[in-house]
Structures are given as C-alpha cells and as structure tokens.
Ligand binder design. Structure first.
Ligand SMILES: [Ca+2]
Length: 304
C-alpha cells in the first residue's frame, strides 16, 4: 500500500493554480487522485482546458473532470484581467486533446472515488468552493471518506478583490458557507500566509534556471504580475500543497470562520473569530519567508 497522501485538487487554473498543480503532480509524497475544475479565474471551459494543458505538460495520467459552470447563487466574477484571456496566458502550451475531457461531472466523479476509497482522501480546493458545496450537499455520505479539506481562500485580515473579501470566497460565498459549516476538519490557507512570505523578484527569476517547469511558471508569473513583477509574487494556491507536506513549518491558530453572504460592502468576507469557543477551522497565519522560499524551490526540483 502506498504511503503517499491521497488528494483531490479542485481548481480554476489560473496561474498560481499552475504552481500548486505542478508541485502536487510531481511530489513523491502526494498521490493526486483526480483534478476537478470549477468556474473561477475564468469560465469553466477555460479552467478545464488549462487543467488539461498542465496534465499534458507533465505527461500525467491524472483524470480531469469538469465541474460547476456557475456559482450557487451569485453572478460570475471574471478575473481574466488578472490571469489573461485564457486564464494561463504567458506560456505557449501545445494544443490539448479535447477528447481527454470526461463527460462525467466533477461532483459525480468525486463521489464515486470517495465512496470507493478505503483510505480517507484530502480535498484541496484552490478555486471557488462551488463543486465542494455541491458534493457535500448532494452526497453527505461522502463526508466520512474525507480526511480533511485544505483550501486556499479567505483572510483573517483584509481581502484582495474587495477590502474585506478574498477572491475565491467572494466568487461563491454561499458555497463557502456550506463548506465551512460542514463539520469536516477545515484548514483555511488564506491571504495572511501568502502576505507573510511573498516571493521576491530574484526568487521568481531563479525559477527560469531551475527546469522546464520553473521556466513555464516564470513566464506565467511574469505575465500575471505585469508591471508589478519586480515587487514580488504571491503564489497563493501553492501554499495549500506546501502546508500539506510541511504543516510544522507554518504558524496556525484555531478559529470560528463564518462567511458574510449578504453584506452590502463585505460580501465574501471570512469573519474569523479567534476567541470563539467553537472553532470550525485551522487558520494558517504565516511562515518565515526564507523557509517558504526554500520549500517552494525544493518542491519544484521534483518536476521536469
Ligand atoms: Ca485558484
């Protein structure tokens, strides 16, 4: 039996998603059972195509399943101004084989895999939480097959898409509220930890010399950051994978996190109560920037 940690990555690639997926698909301690896609940084057709581009880049046999095309209630938010028209502009990926897209829906595929698995599986959502909310609401029997949910989203402090909301949670606050109140072990890897350890321009430039993957990520980051490239880069989604691999390197705290679903100015805020007697979540707060830099670069050494 494998000692690798089995995970499902639910994603909306997305440039920092590309970094997370690159690390996860190639790391000897992780077993990526499937990649499921969701509407987020760009529309579902594009996030699915991007997941397939990454699968093809690594010549991986990981199955890719397409998920929700629309948030549960709220309107679609388009982030293509940040991530480029395709969601992963900046690197010239070869055309993908469209026949590689399964006609099984992501939620169904996750349900089947979870119910068949003898070992509980870790869910790693790095996009809006629509698929995960649909999964938990439609098939609550899967919960006992989920070891934990380690998600990128939210913030104990300020937001990024609005003053108080982080992008993934803002894109589907109702879905996030379902997930955070699922009674599953949740780890919120939000903006706080990324802001504690932004990668410097010099570090991102170093990627260019590392290997093919480093070169690919360097080009994506350069496009993503545009004129701000020299100020450093936050590889938000990659923190989830590095946290899974090295939880002891991160500062965390228990908190009760609830999602503002109806605020006029604060929709999508992750209201984080560190004093609550009923915590529902581990919040990842920070990591030493030098340690993070080394973990990130080392993890990419496993890639082509
Ligand atoms: Ca993402």
């Amino acid at each position: 039996m494998s000692n690798k940690l089995p995970i499902i990555i639910d994603t909306d690639p997305g440039i920092d998603d590309a970094a997370a997926i690159s690390i996860a698909l190639n790391h000897p301690e992780l077993d990526v059972k499937m990649i499921t896609t969701v509407n987020g940084n760009v529309g579902i057709d594009k996030t699915t195509a991007n997941a397939l581009k990454l699968k093809q880049f690594f010549n991986s046999d990981v199955p890719v399943y397409q998920g929700a095309a629309h948030p549960l209630l709220t309107d679609i938010v388009d982030a293509s101004v940040v991530h480029g028209e395709s969601g992963m502009n900046g690197y010239d990926f070869p055309a993908i084989d469209q026949s590689a897209i399964s006609d099984v829906h992501a939620v169904e595929a996750m349900k089947t895999l979870l119910l068949q698995s003898d070992t509980p599986i870790t869910l790693v959502p790095i996009g809006p939480l629509t698929n995960i909310a649909l999964l938990l609401s439609t098939y609550p029997e899967v919960k006992q097959h989920i070891r934990q949910i380690v998600l990128m989203g939210g913030s104990a402090g300020r937001g990024n898409i609005t003053p108080l909301a982080e992008f993934n949670i803002f894109c589907d606050p109702e879905a996030a509220q379902i997930v955070f109140n699922s009674n599953l072990p949740i780890t919120m890897v939000g903006l706080d930890v990324a802001r504690s350890s932004t990668l410097s321009h010099a570090t991102v430039n170093q990627l260019n010399q590392l290997n093919q993957t480093g070169k690919m990520l360097h080009q994506l980051f350069r496009h993503y950051r545009g004129d701000d490239f020299e100020k450093g880069t936050n590889v938000y989604d990659a923190y989830t994978i590095l946290y899974l691999l090295h939880p002891d390197k991160f500062e965390t705290a228990q908190a009760n996190v609830q999602i503002e679903v109806s605020g006029q100015l604060t929709k999508g805020a992750t209201v984080t109560d560190f004093k609550s007697p009923q915590p529902n979540c581990t919040v990842v707060l920070s990591i030493d920037p030098e340690i993070f830099k080394n973990l990130f670069i080392d993890s990419l050494q496993h890639c082509i």
